[in-house]
Design a protein around this ligand. Structure first.
Ligand code: GUN
Length: 284
């Protein structure tokens, strides 16, 4: 039997409607949520992500400021810019689009963003709070993944979740969030031996590697929930995931498509964090 296709676009749309109402309410109370997005250089993928983020802000009524800088910007100039935004009352969230040019330390940039404005949830203080289950900004893609799993109506508690990929942006944090939801979590990566033997044990399989079509039918147990975080450009500029969708959908219970699965949820969670940041500022 063919899997239920998880419509991330629709779920994102529903949540964005709720966010819009919240933004209206906050704006009426005198605090319009504001997001600053810094884009360095000309990377086409980053440009398109930033454009999508600004458009989503506009649709939700969130003020957004996209700051584009040439890739010749120095690290100290960028840190100075972040410092100014940290002190800007109209900005509640700051996002520096990654990756950065090689001469700039991502770690230094992430740590320069005030944790209260770190709507990406990448600052070590937010990461630490996430790991211990304390109040924090959850990283957008991992949060979107968990939200999509929950909306299948399946309880995560006690399930075996296998995460393929261990990046700081997705693999590691999504593993922690699934653990927080009481899943039994296995993390696989490039050095994992017999990958398919492990992924076939998954009730929930999250793939976040960035390698087109690496996961096929042989990796998936019948009925599993398969979440594909991969975004890969192949011949003809076509967008594909890390999962061979056509073959896996015949085995899985639920599956996310690429595009239209996790992608729209990432931006939605960014909007949610920005609204949260504005609310916290108002209450401070
Ligand atoms: N580059 C790819 N994904 C992300 C993300 O979630 N946040 C930022 N800042 N950069 C990214």
């Amino acid at each position: 039997m063919s899997a239920v296709i998880i419509d991330g676009k629709q779920v994102a749309k529903d949540i964005r409607e709720e966010i819009k109402v919240e933004v209206e309410r906050l704006t009426q109370q005198g605090v319009r949520p504001g997001l600053a997005v810094i884009l360095i250089g000309e990377d086409p993928a980053s440009q398109s992500y930033v454009k999508a983020k600004a458009k989503a802000c506009e649709e939700a009524g969130i003020y957004s400021s996209v700051i584009r800088k040439n890739e010749t910007i120095t690290e100290s100039e960028l840190l100075q810019l972040i410092d100014e935004l940290n002190g800007d009352e109209s900005i509640h969230g700051i996002l520096v689009q990654l990756p950065l040019p090689k001469h700039i330390s991502e770690e230094a940039v992430i740590q320069a963003i005030h944790p209260a404005k770190d709507v990406d949830g990448f600052h070590p203080i937010n990461v630490g709070n996430m790991v211990i289950g304390a109040d924090c900004y959850l990283p957008c893609t991992p949060h979107g993944v968990v939200e999509l799993i929950k909306r299948t109506g399946t309880s995560i508690s006690g399930k075996h979740a296998v995460v393929v990929g261990r990046s700081n942006i997705v693999g590691k944090p999504v593993s922690m969030l699934l653990l927080q939801e009481n899943a039994t979590v296995s993390i696989c990566h490039s050095r994992t031996k017999n990958l398919a033997d492990i992924t076939r044990q998954a009730d929930i399989l999250v793939v976040a590697v960035g390698k087109a079509h690496m996961i096929g039918a042989e990796h998936v147990a019948p009925g599993a929930i398969v979440i594909d975080v991969g975004v890969n450009r192949v011949e003809g500029n076509k967008l594909v995931g890390d999962v061979r969708f056509d073959e896996v959908k015949e085995i899985a219970g639920f599956i996310t498509p690429v595009p239209g699965g996790v992608g729209p949820m990432t931006i939605t969670m960014l909007l949610k964090n920005t609204v949260e940041a504005a609310k916290k500022k108002m209450m401070a």
